[in-house]
Design a protein around this ligand. Structure first.
Ligand code: CP
Length: 292
């Protein structure tokens, strides 16, 4: 039976370390010649996740077929379950999916005999982004234990925060958050002991590494002013100077809102490394799912 990766909770620490190790081997040039067909179902927009999965499939030897929401029969009312059964019957060995709805609970997926990878389901989980971010931090610090990791921005709607915070806590990091009050989750208990900072400058002073998150306007019920948000929570030149270490952003970055345009790829930025490592993590995740 192939494996499934829906949430970061689906992985043990041992499995995470093994995926990281394999990603590093691929980064160092190791190659595979695997066979099989992978279906990529993307119901929400994506550049880096979709294209890195497409490239990862090609690098590993898989054939792949991508379908976006308007091309998918889900747009005509088909259920996600029927879509997965159809993919299995068409001979696909794995399905990689980005969904515009939350896949929770997902125990019912256990009986579906096809490998599954969640490439981001609405505000719930984005496990391959979390593994990518972990690899970037490990490259930088060689550990997570005792590290202060700060998330800034739209925490409420962030599947990256929900995946990263659980993963980094598992590896012993301290997690802090800072953002507009209305964009903080009411219940933070699933993520362990989270420090909530009211003052961004105090938060930046605490952090060894800071992860800015995109303001997800498409999910907001009430509009937030771009300029006011940027002044209160964005990465400005002053805050950039105050950063003790590097900063990250899963992308896409909304320049002038999440951060000042000239800082996106500064010497303190790990954003390009996040994109590069995303390819190797997705190769390693596809292999992990296939191995079953
Ligand atoms: N980080 C991320 O998921 O980016 P895309 O939406 O471009 O895939």
């Amino acid at each position: 039976m192939p494996r499934r990766l829906i949430s970061i909770d689906d992985l043990s620490k041992e499995e995470i370390n093994s995926i990281l190790q394999r990603a590093k081997e691929y980064r160092a040039g190791k190659r595979e010649s695997l066979s099989g067909s992978v279906a990529l179902i993307f119901l929400e927009p994506s550049t880096r996740t979709r294209l890195s999965f497409e490239r990862a499939c090609k690098e590993l030897g898989f054939s792949f077929h991508s379908v976006s929401r308007p091309e998918s029969s889900i747009a005509k009312g088909e259920s996600f379950l029927d879509t997965l059964i159809t993919l299995k019957e068409l001979g696909f060995c794995m399905a990689v999916f980005r969904l515009n709805f939350v896949l929770f609970p997902y125990k019912w997926l256990e009986n579906i005999d096809i490998g599954l990878i969640n490439a981001g389901d609405a505000t719930h989980q984005h496990p391959t982004q979390a593994l990518t971010d972990l690899l970037c931090i490990m490259d930088e610090f060689e550990r997570l234990e005792g590290l202060n990791v700060l998330f800034v921005g739209d925490i409420l709607h962030s599947r990256v925060f929900r995946s990263d915070a659980k993963l980094f806590s598992l590896f012993g990091a301290n997690i802090g958050i800072c953002g507009p009050f209305e964009l903080l989750p009411e219940d933070l208990s699933p993520f362990g002991d989270i420090i909530v900072f009211k003052n961004i400058d105090e938060a930046i002073n605490w952090a060894d590494i800071t992860i800015w998150l995109r303001l997800q306007k498409e999910r907001h019920k009430h509009p937030i002013s771009d300029s006011s948000y940027f002044l209160q929570f964005g990465l400005t030149k002053e805050r950039h100077r105050a950063l003790k270490g590097k900063f990250m952003h899963p992308g896409p970055v909304i320049t002038g809102v999440d951060m000042e345009e000239s800082l996106v790829y500064s010497e303190k930025s790990l954003i390009k490394a996040q994109v590069r490592n995303g390819l190797y993590i997705r190769m390693a995740t596809l292999k992990w799912v296939l191995d079953g």
